[in-house]
Design a protein around this ligand. Structure first.
Ligand code: NDP
Length: 279
């Protein structure tokens, strides 16, 4: 069964719109500030899509676009300006940054309460401790999809392929929090297909087009494809959808799976950060 990420995202977005309406009625105007310092077209496309989605939900969006020639001090200063702007409730420092930029130093400027994409070390620590903070929106999106599909995680074997700070690591912590038995794989994992075949739920967050084929999936498993890879044939996931769809019990497509749910989670975080700022 194909999981409909667009429908799941629409449900979340509907709640966000209601939430934003209520905030505006109370005289509060939710706003997100997005910092970029790249001329990478796919990043620009992603940022435009967040801005459009925010505006559709009634959230103001300000993009601070610096040139790729900017140094760490300039980018850090811009991030601090957004962080200190009382009218901005959520700050996103959109990577990639130019080569040589100290990204940690830039992101450090974002206070936890405005860290709507869970980028800071402080947010990561709070999530690790099971305390309130925003997890990276993509990790949240995977959890949201599993919840929407009513997949009980307690005691289930979940394998996450990928250990990045934005997806694999935070997701593994959220899954543990939901009582799953979690295996995290990476480029040094020995016999990856065999490890993946053990999983009731397999999450691919690798960045290699269609790498996960039939030999990685056990009959009836749920497969969540986080990958977004630009190819000559357009955007494709890390999972070979055609090869795996007949084996998996449920599977997310790319596009139309994790991506739209990620954006919806981001909007929800912005509205929530706005509400907390007003409290
Ligand atoms: P990273 O490059 O930061 O991490 C990739 C991970 O995959 C690493 O842990 C790496 O292992 C592992 N890996 C790479 N090759 C292999 C291999 N052959 N076998 C097993 N593991 C491997 O990527 P991200 O986590 O940032 O992104 C992953 C994918 O998700 C990308 O396609 C990205 O575009 C997509 N993405 C999608 C989002 C969405 O909203 N839909 C948001 C964020 C990302 P090692 O650590 O050993 O190097």
């Amino acid at each position: 069964m194909r999981i409909d990420g667009v429908a799941i995202a629409a449900t979340i977005t509907e709640h966000v719109r209601d939430h934003v309406e209520r905030l505006k009625t109370a005289g509060i105007e939710p706003k997100v500030g997005i910092l970029t310092a790249t001329d990478d077209e796919s990043t620009a496309y992603y940022v435009r899509s967040i801005v459009r989605a925010a505006q559709r939900s009634g959230i103001l969006a300000e993009v601070l676009a610096l040139t790729p020639e900017s140094d760490t001090a300039t980018i850090r200063g811009a991030c601090r300006r957004l962080a200190e702007d009382a009218s901005v409730h959520g700050v996103i420092a959109q990577t990639p940054f130019p080569a040589g930029i100290d990204a940690t130093e830039v992101i450090r400027q974002i206070p936890v309460r405005k860290d709507v994409d869970g980028a800071t070390i402080e947010s990561a620590g709070l999530i690790f401790h099971g305390l309130p903070a925003y997890a990276p929106a993509t990790a949240q999106a995977v959890m949201e999809i599993l919840r929407a599909e009513q997949i009980d995680l307690s005691g289930k074997r979940v394998t996450v392929v990928g250990r990045s700070l934005v997806v694999g690591k935070p997701l593994s912590v959220l899954l543990l929090g939901a009582n799953a038995t979690v295996t995290v794989c990476h480029s040094r994992t020995v016999d990856l297909p065999a490890v993946c075949r053990e999983a009731d739920i397999l999450v691919a967050a690798i960045g290699h087009a269609r790498m996960i084929g039939a030999e990685y999936v056990c009959e009836g498993a749920t497969v969540i494809d986080v990958g977004t890879n630009a190819t000559d044939e357009g955007l494709v996931g890390d999972v070979d959808f055609d090869a795996v769809a007949g084996i998996a019990g449920k599977i997310t497509p790319v596009p139309g799976g994790v991506g739209p749910v990620t954006t919806a989670c981001l909007l929800r975080n912005i509205a929530s950060a706005c509400e907390r700022a007003a409290a």
